[in-house]
Design a protein around this ligand. Structure first.
Ligand SMILES: N[C@@H](CCC(=O)N[C@@H](CS)C(=O)NCC(=O)O)C(=O)O
Ligand SMILES: [Fe+2]
Length: 374
């Protein structure tokens, strides 16, 4: 049995999904925030139920999606006790076991890259985070790193595993996928055949540039990737419309808040996109389709007023479009009709990125909220 190995090209991070064949319970190791859609799709594709999210350490180069996976997929969060990730439900100690179905994942404390770093053993596999990389190892020059501690973790913990143990690293910057303990023990350029003094001298002379996102990533990762409390709280409050729209509709809401209101029965979601967009791009289960404009010619839907009045049934309306433009116009009209209408920020697809592709910069799908396609 092999883990599923997934790659985030922006940070060269590997994420791993392991699962129990019978119960379909799964563990995800080091999930990356920007890849949450891919990871949820992988879980769906294999028919898995996510039991655990696990961190090897508090990352400096990317933000984890653990907190959001816990919310969206019902997973429990686990992180090494020494990493200061206070939001993780289980604070792992050396030797602790996480059960998923009939399978077991064992935590090994392997400090050095950071003081709390851990590696995880599953069957004949070891997930080494940034402790051991293929023909390399994690740097030790920030976040309580220690080259001395790393030398001991490599030589006295990881290299005492059986030689045929498969090594699955936390990163690879050259497209390599996995290695073995035997191979790394004999050929790893940083540590093989080196004394502790030689290794420490080499590590201290690396002089690597600081990770680009360190100032943003480390604080976010200490709360499982859920942004600062103040932002989180703000995200769950409606905001008054700004600029020229002041006072013309009830407010702007995040996709997360809109979904919360819909689930609580407080609001009805109205999808104001065209039939074709819903049909071809995707839709939110339970949302009432009331196009604002329709093909041909994107003419205003003549029955919009009547349809939204019928849809509201005395409740608030949250209006969804592609990127949050038509939904503002529709919210203004619904307000004129006497309804309490909110615009859902970012829409279904979010804003275009630098390649002019939607779906990667905000939006309902990007945020991992429920949607379907026919
Ligand atoms: N260039 C990357 C940082 C790369 C980096 O520093 N990676 C860390 C792991 S988070 C490391 O230990 N690298 C070891 C090495 O490059 O030898 C960025 O800006 O995010
Ligand atoms: Fe790292």
């Amino acid at each position: 049995m092999k883990p599923i190995q997934l790659f985030d090209p922006a940070s060269s991070t590997y994420t791993y999904v392991l699962f129990d064949q019978l119960s379909r319970e799964a563990v995800i190791i080091d999930p990356v925030d920007e890849q949450i859609e891919r990871d949820l799709a992988t879980l769906r594709e294999y028919g898995l139920k996510l039991a655990w999210t696990v961190e090897t350490h508090a990352h400096a180069d990317h933000i984890t999606s653990a907190g959001r996976l816990a919310e969206l997929a019902g997973a429990k969060t686990a992180a090494p006790v020494g990493c200061g990730i206070g939001t993780a439900g289980i604070q792992l100690q050396d030797g602790d076991i996480l059960d998923f179905g009939g399978e077991r994942l064992k935590a090994l404390h392997t400090p050095g890259h950071t003081a709390g770093s851990m590696s995880f053993v599953w069957r004949e596999h070891v997930f080494t985070g940034d402790t051991l990389l293929i023909n390399g190892c994690g740097r030790t020059d920030f976040q309580s790193g220690s080259a001395e501690a790393l030398y001991r973790s490599l030589t006295q913990v990881l290299f005492t595993l059986p030689d045929d143990t498969i090594v699955w690293p936390g990163h690879d910057y050259q497209g390599r996928s996995c290695s073995s303990i035997g191979r790394e023990k004999t050929t790893n350029a940083r540590v093989a055949g080196k004394t502790e003094e030689e290794f420490v001298a080499l590590m201290n002379a690396l002089d690597l540039p600081r990770p680009r996102r360190i100032d943003e990533a480390v604080p976010a990762n200490l709360t499982s990737g859920l942004r600062h409390d103040a932002d989180g709280a703000l995200q769950m409050q409606p905001q008054p419309p700004s600029g020229a729209h002041q006072g013309t509709y009830a407010g702007d809401v995040s996709p997360e808040l809109a979904w919360r209101w819909v689930q609580d029965g407080e609001a009805v979601m109205v999808d104001v996109r065209t039939d074709a967009e819903r049909e071809w791009v995707g839709f939110v289960p339970g949302a009432v389709p009331v196009a604002w404009k329709q093909w041909p010619g994107m003419a205003i839907n003549p029955t919009f007023d009547q349809q939204v009045l019928e849809a509201a049934q005395g409740r608030k309306l949250v209006l969804l479009c592609r990127s949050g433009v038509r939904s503002v116009a529709a919210a203004r009209r619904a307000t004129e009709l006497g309804l309490e209408a909110y615009n859902i920020l970012e829409g279904f697809e979010g804003d275009p990125d630098t390649d002019a592709h939607r779906g990667r910069k905000g939006g309902w799908r990007f945020r991992g909220l429920p949607w379907r396609q026919n």
